[in-house]
Write a protein that binds this ligand. Structure first.
Ligand code: FAD
Length: 470
């Protein structure tokens, strides 16, 4: 059968508010959808957990498309070869896609667009999964924003496009789980997530119904489901940032008292755009410090400490809880992401790139903009990062945001029987308390691999020295 339009979907695995898909339907005639597992220079290969998610997301998308009589083709290789070949094989006259903003990806897309046009094929791109495209948000002098607050103001002042309806009915229900000989740690993810457009929509509705009202307070409580858990759905475009934005705005119209909570939530969505815009202007954010002065920093080399961090065996309970949550679920609460990243880069003085790569492999929402952007923010070398002398104390943070220790007890069960007063600092607990809770430091749970106060001082000195060369 001849296909009139090919839709090349990348990180936009949904039917609703999908401008490229809508354009293909609008063009009339039959359409096919292509996804390519891309192997091309400059494109970062996905980590393990994200690959796991992608497979399921494609299965779900494929089911939704099939119900509408549209075939999903999945190929692996260089899209510069695969897209034109597929177009030729199908005899398609139009190709549609939604834009992406990382320079390497844009170069690939531009090359494909030029090659297709040379063959007389219409290649048309549409806005991608951001609130505002990078070239629409500029400083007064026409440059890119490097500071979040004015960036956020500019985004709020620019109109966010109204989401498009799904071109063919409701999104598919969740596809059957796949089980393709995956390693054990990825198999575990199955129990924690529903993947696909319908699941994304359900997560959004749950959040709006159950958590939005208390978002401003609960978003920092890792033991509570106080956030949307939309990040992997947004990462793969199972839902668009525009859909989330407008749904949250509508929630305020329903209930004006939610205003402050919604503002906070929208501001987090704007952080997502901020990072994507940074990546658009700085292709190397996963490798190079955004602040030049950091290039002089001598990170420590300590492989055993790094291994202890990855395994959740640092002896600092909240850090270990976070790293174990990540390993078990492919996700970690934002507050705890900040704490574990700070512990790695400040207390252990290990290079943020090590942590970024670990997250890249283990997060289901691992994102080429948000992951390095946030790591650089915590390490202090990012744009608009916290000042170097503000170093999180994980013990104080844990006492504040996990006051009853519920989060630590859930993920570090060997400490579960400790009383609240000691659950975040077992290394200071009296012997009798430890014995009563069945904790033997160095045996059932490690002693801290870093002294918090001393390592905080060392970090402050190291970073201050850097600052003086600024
Ligand atoms: P909500 O609080 O419900 O927020 C809604 C959405 O806003 C999120 O889904 C996300 O898309 C966006 N958002 C929220 N916080 C941030 C933020 N700080 N920066 C950018 N966008 C944000 N987020 C990723 O999506 N991918 C990553 O790879 C990633 N790596 C991170 C690494 C570190 C070291 C840190 C500190 C944060 C990282 N984040 C990353 C940001 C944040 O932790 C997650 O987006 C958030 O925890 C996801 O949970 P949620 O969907 O429930 O968030």
């Amino acid at each position: 059968m001849m296909i009139r339009s090919l839709v090349w979907l990348r990180d936009d695995l949904r039917l609703a508010d999908n401008p490229a898909l809508a354009a293909a339907v609008e063009a009339g005639g039959s359409a096919a959808v292509l996804h390519v597992h891309e192997e091309a220079a400059g494109l970062r290969p996905l980590g393990g957990a994200a690959r796991w998610w992608l497979e399921r997301s494609l299965a779900s998308l494929g089911a939704g498309l099939k119900a509408a009589g549209v075939e999903l083709l999945v190929e692996t290789g260089d899209p510069r070869t695969i897209v034109p070949e597929t177009v030729q094989r199908l005899g398609a006259g139009n190709v549609f896609w939604n834009r992406r903003y990382a320079p390497a990806a844009r170069a690939v897309d531009a090359a494909i667009k030029a090659a297709l046009r040379e063959r007389g094929v219409a290649a048309v791109s549409h806005p991608g999964n951001v609130l505002a495209e990078p070239w629409t948000i500029r400083t007064g002098s026409g440059g890119a924003f490097q500071v979040f607050t004015p960036f956020a103001r500019a985004v709020r002042q620019s109109p966010v496009a109204i989401p498009l309806p799904a071109p063919f009915g409701a999104p598919a229900e969740r596809a059957a789980p796949l089980d393709a000989g995956q390693p054990g740690w990825m198999r575990k993810l199955e129990g924690h997530w529903s993947v696909g457009e319908a699941a994304a929509r359900a997560a959004l509705l749950r959040f709006l119904d159950e958590a939005l009202d208390r978002y401003a307070e609960d978003r920092d409580r890792p033991s509570v489901s106080g956030t949307s858990a939309l990040s992997p759905h947004l990462r793969f475009g199972e839902i668009s940032a525009r859909q989330v934005w407008h749904a949250a705005q509508a929630a305020v119209l329903d209930e004006p008292a939610r205003g402050a909570a919604v503002e906070k939530f929208l501001s987090e969505l704007i952080w997502r755009d901020f990072n994507h815009h940074q990546l658009h202007h700085r292709p190397d954010i996963a490798a190079v410090d955004m602040r030049d002065t950091f290039a002089g920093l001598e990170w420590r080399d300590d492989p055993p400490a790094f291994t202890a961090w990855t395994r959740g065996l640092t002896g600092i309970p909240v850090v270990d809880a976070g790293m174990r949550q990540l390993w078990e679920t492919g996700w970690m609460h934002n507050r705890v992401r900040m704490l574990v990243a700070s512990f790695l880069t400040k207390n252990l003085l290990l290079d943020w790139r090590l942590g970024e790569r670990w997250f890249w492999d283990t997060l289901v929402d691992a994102d080429a903009a948000n992951n390095p952007g946030n790591w650089q923010w915590v390490a202090g070398c990012g744009m608009d990062a916290a000042p170097y002398f503000r170093i999180f104390n994980p013990l104080l943070q844990a006492a504040r945001f996990d006051p009853d220790g519920a989060y630590v007890r859930r993920w570090v069960p060997e400490l579960a029987a400790l009383p609240d007063a000691w659950v975040h600092r077992p290394f200071e607990a009296p012997e009798s308390v430890l014995a009563g809770a069945g904790v033997v430091l160095g045996q059932t749970y490690p002693r801290p691999i870093a002294d918090i106060r001393a390592s905080q001082r060392r970090a402050r000195e190291t970073f201050a020295a850097l600052k003086s060369t600024d």
